[in-house]
Design a protein around this ligand. Sequence first.
Ligand code: AMP
Ligand code: MG
Length: 339
Amino acid sequence: METKLFSKEEYGKAAAILKKGGIVGIPTETVYGLAANALDGEAVAKIFEAKGRPQDNPLIVHIAELSELDDLVAFVPPVVYDLADAFWPGPLTIILDKSPIIPDEVTTGLDTVAIRMPSHPVARQIIKAAGVPLAAPSANTSGKPSPTTAEHVMHDMAGKIDAVVDGGPCEVGVESTVITLATRKPKLLRPGRVTPDELEEVLGDELIIDDAVLGKLKEGERAASPGMKYKHYSPSSDVKIVRGSFVGFVDFVNQRAAEADGVAALVFDGEESKLDCKTLLFGAEGDDLAHASKLFDALRTCDDEGIKELYVRCPSDEGVGLAVMNRLLRAAEYNIIEV
Ligand code: AMP
Ligand code: MG
């Protein structure tokens, strides 16, 4: 199959493909999504095929207007309207009990469905023009870092999907915050641009943070969010987080670079001149938004440039840093070196 590349002005062509049961890479403010008509199980199945996505990892359904929500879920708890007021359109996904019109392909057989209203103008135009909600996971090959540009999507998906719409680089750079309201108390399953503090302003101190956010699932433990159990976000290079002083980092990495080929470091802006290896930049130290927007591109650059070992300056896990650390820990398979 030839994968067409559309400009953002050609969103109508993407919508036409989606209406006919095709699959299209679309820009959102978080990462690029791989979209299909959420009400068409056969179309949704093509997403799993193209990504090589495990059959038990459900998809997020994207809507453009709050009025679309009623048909998709069994019941809308009142707090959803408060959350929507505060965060929609935007990078928050809410899990609710599903309505019967959602096909099993979307939820992988669960009784719940994940819903988000993206803010990206092109995503919204595509949803409206298609006239149906769109199921869309990240548009990467499963296990690889999520795509934050149309080129990333083409890299992974060319020949496997109908089209990609180029909406420029994604502003946020990490996937949406996921909370479930299908449990007794609201629970954060995946951190993102909307932080726990911001959620608590709406939910009070009711919010529970799932153990899998920064911890590793124990052998045999059931994942509340199935996506959290897979090895994720990993380039072919061996990623390690290095925690400690900058001096300790420089000593450690420079020694490693003297011993081995293919060593690189992901460092805060301005630190690169001290390192005797290839460097990638993570934004200014403490700039959680910059770290989020740069992480996946840096991990993908590692693959493209054949880097064998990547040492990462440990960012703070405050604010959006929680989302950055959540992705980084998975990319590093929980390897942290203390210096
Ligand atoms: P992705 O869009 O690729 O970031 O993947 C969607 C994420 O949402 C995955 O981590 C899923 O496990 C999670 N998710 C989607 N639907 C549900 C659901 N019904 N219950 C729990 N997690 C969900
Ligand atoms: Mg994903």
